[in-house]
Design a protein around this ligand. Structure first.
Ligand SMILES: *Cc1c(COP(=O)(O)O)cnc(C)c1O
Length: 375
């Protein structure tokens, strides 16, 4: 099976982890600091605070800007549930904004959703394609809101050579196994705001400040969301490979772009030449006449060894959300969900793999097109 995304762990990654395992210090120490400095430097932000997942990093980001009971965030329904879940965990309400057919939040629809309760706009750089962050920042500025970018797919993405992570009040990255680089589980918040960085560090580790050796003081409510030293060592080793990984994914994605261009049965999502996507996902959007056979196409591709997936069921369609917030339907998010297939694109694939994926996708989709038209 060729998965839609997966990690690439090499001998030097393993050696970096083993080094730490042989050392005396296993959790949050100098490797974590080294990783934070390296990430901040890489994305061009002043501060980076790592967490044990992007989910805890999101919770931290929301908490330090005091999002809580009665507040609202405006976010996208086409994301992993954690983006909005963590706002709910603090008593806030996610207000879902419709998207564009590139999977990213539609900036033109945000302003109409702003209320006196709105605290922040939380876009996602879907599949690694940078969201139109300048438009969002302008809206936020005008209405005195914060922008927290869930860039879990987008470490290494850029707009005009400026990296995602340098644009927003806070940006969250994920180092889950299949994300652009991995620490096994892990995440980070990057920011230029010193106050946020300080508070994030407290939130991550019990709200405790060390005064002298024996005297520490707990100044705010915190958790244990720390990253281990061996995870940080893996992250550092992986970060050095990020550009190479992105190049491989980019080469595969461009090959797919060529093979799939102007296809009559599905669309692809083009990346603007002034932008770089981390290429976390490669997305096909099936034409409406194929929606009724999408499940069969999905199954057939799986049978042929393509570990494809669908990203994402609109978050508001989940039972928890329906029970708590009622039924909702956003037209483009619905259409996107019905159309979307993520096909294999990752740094472990060879070009022969990519050719096999493209050939198989074309063969199966064209075969089922027949059926689709006849229904
Ligand atoms: C993966 C992901 C998360 C959660 O990341 P974890 O590190 O697994 O907690 C949050 N948001 C998005 C968009 C994701 O893809």
């Amino acid at each position: 099976m060729i998965p839609y995304s997966t990690q690439l762990i090499e001998e030097d990654d393993i050696a970096a982890v083993v080094d730490i395992l042989r050392s005396s210090h296993l959790t949050q120490g100098s490797k974590v600091e080294e990783l934070e400095e390296a990430i901040a430097h890489y994305v061009g932000a002043r501060y980076c605070v790592t967490f044990n997942s992007a989910t805890s990093a999101l919770l931290g980001a929301y908490a330090v800007c005091e999002i809580g009971e009665g507040d609202e965030i405006i976010t996208t329904p086409i994301s992993f549930v954690a983006t909005s879940n963590m706002a709910i965990a603090l008593g806030a309400k996610p207000v879902f904004c419709d998207i564009k057919m590139d999977g990213n939040i539609d900036g033109n629809l945000i302003e109409a959703l702003i209320t006196p309760h709105t605290k922040a706009i939380v876009p996602v750089d879907f599949a690694g394609k940078p969201v139109a962050i300048r438009t969002i920042n302008d809206i936020a500025k005008k209405h005195n809101l914060l922008v927290i970018d869930d860039a879990s797919h987008a470490l290494g993405s850029d707009i005009g050579h400026q990296k995602v992570g340098s644009f927003s009040d806070m940006t969250v990255f994920s180092f889950h196994a299949i994300k652009p680089i991995t620490t096994g589980e892990g995440g980070a918040v990057v920011t230029n705001n010193e106050e946020f960085a300080k508070k994030l560090k407290l939130f991550r580790s019990h709200g405790v400040v060390k005064k002298q050796l024996w005297n520490s003081d707990m100044v705010s409510l915190g958790h244990n969301f720390r990253l281990t030293e061996f995870a940080a060592a893996l992250g550092l080793s992986q970060l050095h490979k990020l550009d190479r990984f992105i190049n491989i994914r980019e080469t595969i994605a461009r090959y797919y772009d060529e093979r799939f261009e102007h296809h009559k049965l599905f669309n692809i999502i083009r990346i603007d030449i002034t932008e770089q996507s981390a290429r976390h996902l490669y997305v096909l959007l099936l034409n409406p006449e194929l929606h009724c056979v999408k499940e069969e196409i999905f199954t057939k591709l799986q049978e042929r060894g393509l570990g494809i997936q669908v990203h994402y069921k609109p978050i508001y369609q989940n039972s928890f959300y329906k029970e708590r917030f009622g039924e909702q339907r956003l037209a483009t998010a619905e259409l996107f969900y019905k159309s979307e297939l993520s096909i294999p694109c990752h740094q472990k694939m060879s070009m022969e793999d990519a050719k096999y994926v493209a050939d198989t996708v074309l063969e199966i989709v064209e075969k089922y097109a027949y059926r689709g038209y006849n229904v």
